[in-house]
Design a protein around this ligand. Sequence first.
Ligand code: NAP
Length: 270
Amino acid sequence: MRIAIYSNLGEASNIVATSLKNQIEKSSDLVIDGLNPEIVISVGGDGTLLSAFHHYQDINNKVRFIGIHTGHLGFYTDWRDYEVNDLIASLENDNGQSVTYPLLDIKVNYPGGGSADIGLALNESTLKQISGSMVADVYIKNQLFESFRGDGLCVSTPSGSTAYNKSVGGAIINPRLNAIQMAEISSINNRVFRTLGSPLIIAPDEWIKIVPKSTHRTILTCDHQVITTRKVASVEFRISQKRIAFAQYRHTQFWRRVSNSFIGEVNLDD
Ligand code: NAP
């Protein structure tokens, strides 16, 4: 099986990546292949896995991901740095087992008619204004839903719901659900501008379109990347037909991961 190692530059990650590489080279079943891998092992944190996902986005339909965390427990990183031997044994006995999560599809329409498919977000996309508060009409499935005024809007995937979305008051969504949500970033609510004031979650046959109203430039992000600071006519967000696949050699219950990360040690069996 062809394996790519995608590591961050930290010292702990370097040690793990070297150990992985050495063990893969000794194995008769595994080979290092950074260009055309079947499995991508990210070594670092959730941010490293995000970068790995974007690095291999063009062959996303052919790869499965595995995350080894060398810092605190992550959401995309199931394996610990001291479990390299167990991971190698699992890779050697791989039978294609995987779990898939939804991705967010982003399309930008520019003033004057041009448009661009921005690609996929694993966590979220945000739209903000460079200066001043952003005024924008929000459509759901081509129907005007609300007129927003505030810092911006964040549209996230279920697996990204524990990232920026959570910081702006979005709900945590189990990635088994095929949905995306929109959360407000500091909305201004008064008699003129009135928004829902809570996150909303849309179904697979729906989409969200945001139409900025002012002449100011906006900043559109996709995960850790700034996509454009050009003026946009509108941005459309849909649940992608594509999904990200993780090799699943063992299962960590999603809500256990959430409680371990944000609440601390609790016993969910009680
Ligand atoms: P960063 O600013 O270096 O790190 C952002 C933090 O978000 C890191 O602690 C990262 O975990 C964590 N994270 C990433 N994906 C996550 C997920 N799905 N669930 C829970 N935590 C997650 O930026 P980065 O490492 O390049 O990551 C970009 C992401 O940062 C964006 O997609 C956005 O979600 C997030 N972000 C959050 C805020 C906020 O909460 N106020 C603001 C801007 C961006 P690791 O330490 O394990 O890498």
